[in-house]
Design a protein around this ligand. Structure first.
Ligand code: NAP
Ligand code: MG
Length: 482
């Protein structure tokens, strides 16, 4: 795409990764064949098939759950907590040592810019293991009862937008609290989870503590509904989350759901506009907008609307969309043809419902799945682009006049995962933040993540928290309950 500045290409080399032509399931410490029909995973920036990956059937999932149960009873459960911590530290260090390999593989399989996988996904994944490693022998001080106990086997299902990072959010707290794991990665992005399986081998993690079962939705369903799974942790769409809540209802299983979002990013007239524009860009275009907490609804105070939109458009004109392996790239490929079709469909609703669509000049690559950074103005809260999660690089801009109106509009959503506020007044930030029904509220920044900070939603964004001391609670029983 056109840019203010010309950059020489700065391609990252893919020679550091060694992608096998096919992968099995990781069960009981070894790679084994799956009995389902294998699936292919592609590079969404080129449509090149990267590898063939096994599909776990019900029978395979059962094998994995039995391995996890054995490990829970025989090795991981009885292990001294300080020793469990050592394994987690070892995994964290291995993730750091092999960071470049993980970053390149994540970018190839997912389509996200190498700059993001290198600087965000992989370092944060390692940070999650470091953070939870520290908790492993201090759980009685977590404020969750004097002798909190692990639950047993955790069945975990994750989406494709942050494949390795979502794995870390799930696996690190489960292991630190003494549980064992059966995890299903997303169908389109299984490769970093399989490389993580190699890390488990390299760390000499006892067999069965972590099991990775690849496959599509059916495999996920088998994981969450297996009768010997004690705890279900799911991150994904609200629709699938609902069906999982139904499947788990009436069983003894504990459940946490991290679902969709439609976050308001609120810009007051006293905000530093240039800084806010950077935050708006980061809020909606980070990871192509495939972010559950993306700032997809921009609420701008009416008096600064024109200035903010003009400045935003200028800034978007400098974003570089294209080859995710180029270190200068800001926006990479859309993860799949299905997701691209969904983004196109919702963006088309924006136009037919009367909003004004703006996109920067420039060509997109011929092959692969691409969508330009897009801004809709003249959006009304009733429009679908203001209500539905697009999960792509599409921003809806609305205005407000008073703080009360901003709060009312921000909370006018079925979701409640995150929000942002931009203002120079600390008192206003505190007052508005208090009124927002969102699990995370960022002030004068956006999309900032830290393992010490709990993350999770209100309303249809799900329940339970991940990260921080609060996140441990989902994997522990206080002693008087199961
Ligand atoms: P999805 O369709 O719900 O899929 C999520 C995972 O569930 C995938 O591994 C999927 O397998 C699997 N799955 C599908 N049907 C299932 C079923 N009936 N039972 C069990 N598992 C099943 O979501 P997605 O489209 O991959 O991800 C995007 C969504 O995730 C967005 O709505 C986003 O907001 C949300 N998200 C939320 C958070 C958060 O922390 N709140 C973080 C990231 C993403 P397949 O891959 O084969 O479909
Ligand atoms: Mg892929």
């Amino acid at each position: 795409m056109t840019s203010l500045f010309e950059y020489a290409p700065a391609p990252e080399s893919r020679s550091i990764v060694d992608i096998r032509p096919s992968y099995g399931l990781f069960v009981d410490g070894e790679f084994v064949d799956g009995t389902g029909t294998p699936l292919k995973t592609v590079n969404p920036a080129t449509e090149e098939v990267l590898s063939e990956v096994a599909t776990g059937s019900e029978e395979d999932v059962d094998r994995a759950v039995r391995a996890a149960r054995r490990a829970f009873v025989k090795t991981w459960g009885p292990m001294r907590p300080a020793d469990r911590g050592k394994y987690l530290f070892r995994i964290a260090r291995l993730l750091q040592e092999r960071a470049r390999e993980f970053a390149v593989l994540e970018t190839l399989d997912n389509g996200k810019p190498i700059r993001e996988s290198r600087d965000v996904d992989v370092p944060l994944a390692a940070a999650h293991f470091f953070y939870h490693a520290g908790w492993a022998d201090k759980l009685e001080h977590a404020g969750l009862g004097p002798a909190p106990r692990p639950l047993g086997v955790a069945g975990q299902v994750i989406p494709w937008n942050f494949p390795l990072l979502m794995l870390a959010w799930k696996v690190a707290p489960a292991l630190a609290t003494g549980n064992t794991v059966v995890l299903k990665p997303a169908e389109t992005t299984p490769l970093t989870a399989l490389l993580f399986a190699e890390i488990c081998q390299q760390a000499d993690l006892p067999p069965g503590v972590v099991n990775i079962v690849t496959g599509a939705g059916e495999t996920g369903r088998a994981v969450i509904s297996h009768p010997d799974v004690d705890k279900v942790a799911f991150t994904g769409s609200t629709e699938v989350g609902r069906s999982i809540a139904r499947a788990v209802a009436g069983t003894e299983k504990r459940l946490t759901l991290e679902l969709g979002g439609k976050a308001a990013n609120i810009v007051f007239d006293d905000a530093p506009i240039d800084q806010a524009v950077e935050g708006i860009v980061r809020g909606i275009f980070f990871n192509q907008g495939h972010v559950c907490c993306a700032g997809s609804r921009l609420l701008v105070q009416e008096s600064v609307h024109d200035e903010v939109v003009a400045s935003l458009q200028r800034r978007i004109g400098t974003l570089r969309v294209g080859d995710p392996m180029d270190k200068n790239t800001d926006l990479g490929a859309i993860n799949s043809a299905e997701q691209l079709a969904r983004i196109r469909e919702l963006a088309a609703f924006g136009e037919t419902e009367g909003a004004t669509c703006w996109q920067p000049e420039g060509e997109l690559p011929d092959r692969g799945f691409w969508f330009k950074p897009t801004v809709f103005t003249d959006v009304s809260p009733a429009h679908r682009i203001a209500r539905d999660e697009v999960f792509g690089p599409v921003l809806s801009v609305m205005t407000f006049r008073t703080p009360d109106e901003a709060v009312a509009k921000a909370n006018n959503t079925t979701y409640g995962l995150s929000a942002g506020i931009w203002s120079e007044k600390g008192s206003r930030i505190l007052k508005v933040t208090d009124q927002l029904r969102a699990g995370v509220v960022w002030a004068n920044t956006f999309n900032e993540f830290d393992p010490t900070s709990p993350f999770g939603g209100y309303k249809q964004s799900g329940y339970g928290r991940e990260g921080g001391r609060q996140g441990l609670a989902a994997y522990l029983s206080s002693g008087d309950q199961k």
